[in-house]
Design a protein around this ligand. Structure first.
Ligand code: FAD
Length: 297
């Protein structure tokens, strides 16, 4: 790793950081940069670009499987890029705000529209990239615009140009999301809170507790990937420390010391079985770092 002392004049930098994935796997990250503001992020990325240093972006790392060998590229973490501002029925959020906390904040602010997203364990920036969703609602439904660091400067891109589709947007192709504006609707705090509680209870009944890689595959047409994995007889199937949940077959549990290789081998086995038994080619919803990890299992 090159000497990156110049970054510490811009924002907080840490070296040899253990993977912070929510499901507990992945090797160390050589260098992590933690901008606290959009300006710090822009300065840090411009400095990296100037020196031709490669980097990746991570939010809460709830949807990114990191190689057990770790990451040598610099990681731009949005974990400390936090801030919320309300203006009428709009809510502006910096990319590192956690989606579940945003939902609770919206409720406290009498704003409705994202109740169903309240148990998604990622950042709002990661949610924007993935167009995360639950209970028939997607984040893209309420996005007004995103501020994205593109080619050296921050640009405002409106929802119609963000290419939202099922668990997809073109945000990552454009650059790094630094902030996002949600257009919500005014509502009654108590009924918003009641709906959110209902969604939390529903998730609690249908999804496993503890560390897991959730929503591993995208739906195949209108049918959930979990349906096919379940029908293939794979609930409870285990490779190393990774185990397909008995409760929800599209979730892979960290049953104890699971490595990213365990997760990947098990996911790929499920994918092959579903293809063999039903001729359905499941597509990953989860991202991989590095991309080539996918070919290595
Ligand atoms: C237990 C569990 C339950 C889940 N349930 C759901 C669910 O119900 N619905 C659902 O849709 N998803 C679900 N997920 C998946 C995941 O939580 C969401 O996709 C989440 O929105 C990802 O956010 P993140 O911050 O963790 O993203 P990360 O994993 O950190 O990143 C995801 C991708 O976005 C990129 N990225 C992150 N931040 C930025 C940024 N600011 N600018 C540009 N690129 C960026 C990363 O490079 C990566 O490619 C679940 C995951 C788990 C582990």
């Amino acid at each position: 790793m090159k000497d990156l002392f110049f970054l510490s004049n811009i924002c907080e930098v840490k070296y040899d950081v253990p993977s912070f994935s929510t499901f507990g796997s992945g090797g160390d990250l050589s260098c992590v940069v933690y901008p606290k503001t959009a300006e710090e992020l822009a300065k840090a990325v411009n400095a990296l670009n100037k020196d031709g240093i490669k980097y990746i972006t991570l939010g809460a790392c709830s949807n990114t499987l990191i190689s057990d060998d770790g990451v040598d590229d610099v990681v731009i973490s949005t974990q400390k890029l936090k801030g919320k501002e309300m203006s009428g029925d709009s809510l502006y959020l910096l990319a590192g705000e956690k989606t579940n906390r945003v939902c609770r904040f919206a409720c406290e602010s009498f704003l409705s529209g994202i109740e169903g997203l309240c148990s998604i364990p990622g950042s709002i920036g990661g949610g924007l990239v993935m167009n995360c969703g639950a209970f028939g609602r997607e984040l893209g439904d309420v996005i007004e615009y995103a501020d994205i660091f593109i080619d050296g400067k921050i640009e405002r891109v409106y929802a119609k140009d963000l290419g939202f589709a099922y668990r997809h947007s073109k945000v990552k192709d454009l650059g790094i999301a630094v902030g996002v504006s949600l257009r919500l609707v005014g509502g009654d705090k108590y009924s918003i809170a009641k709906d959110m509680k209902g969604y939390v209870i529903a998730r609690g009944k249908s999804q496993p507790k503890g560390k897991s890689l959730g929503s591993v595959f995208k739906k195949a047409g209108d049918t959930s990937a979990g349906y096919y994995i379940d029908r293939a007889g794979l609930k409870g199937y285990q490779i190393g420390g990774a185990q397909i949940s008995d409760l929800h077959a599209n979730f892979i549990l960290n049953a104890g010391g699971a490595t990213s290789t365990d997760f990947l081998r098990l996911a790929d086995y499920a994918r092959q079985e579903v293809d063999k038994q039903y001729g359905i080619k499941l597509k990953y919803e989860v991202d991989f770092v590095p991309d080539c990890l996918l070919g290595k299992q």
